[in-house]
Design a binder for this molecule. Sequence first.
Ligand SMILES: C[S@@+](CC[C@H](N)C(=O)[O-])C[C@H]1O[C@@H](n2cnc3c(N)ncnc32)[C@H](O)[C@@H]1O
Length: 235
Amino acid sequence: MADKLLKMDDEDVKRAYARWAPVYDKTFGKIADAGRLAAVEQINAFEGKVLEVGVGTGMSLPNYKPHLEITGIDLSVDMLDIAHKRVKAQNLSHVTAIKEMDAGDMAFEDNSFETVVAMYVMTVVPDPVQVMKELARVCKPGGEVIVVNHFSQKHGIRGVVEKAMARFGDKLGWRPEFPVETILVCDDLQVIETVSLRPFGLFTMMRFKKIDVAKANAIGEDVTSQAAKVGLRVA
Ligand SMILES: C[S@@+](CC[C@H](N)C(=O)[O-])C[C@H]1O[C@@H](n2cnc3c(N)ncnc32)[C@H](O)[C@@H]1O
């Protein structure tokens, strides 16, 4: 699967988002509002430290409730520049850090955050498998990793269009062809909910619970259920 994914590197991503940054909030950023709101609403019911990976221009930041402590990271300084300005202009004191960092090689200790969220990021990062492993690593056992993304279809008109667009991935800055299985790669992340989002179910929110595999094995719990998606809720 992974070898079929487009080869984008960090420099391609930075170049693409330097172009996107000035117009992002009024274009793709706007289309992506529903997924961002759904994820943040879910997270607002939790407690503790939240890591937003690929925070971009920080469009989600004003929507987190102030009892949470938010850290945002991104590869693109052009996108982060806008996030910094937003935090300052709106005095978002629950946002404690905004850092330039690679999601595939994060500087955080293991088990640092209660919640880790990546919205519209997995189709963009050069190595989605490595990023998924990093999201799992920095999340505390018992916490959640939440991914909002577009997942491609094999069949139908959408499948044909996504296949045709795939070769322009480096110009677009994201991979139109991206099957959900690409991110089902961590034994310690169990899918607990899959939600189809507006508009038209184009985007999906997946919630994973981080489990302590050694502990679960010791008490004989079945931890092999990566593919055990619990239903499909439509938001
Ligand atoms: C489509 S934007 C999404 C931004 C934001 N999450 C939102 O909901 O508006 C994708 C973001 O992922 C960032 N990104 C891509 N690869 C990354 C990496 N390896 N590490 C950190 N951020 C990355 C891009 O710079 C960009 O800001």
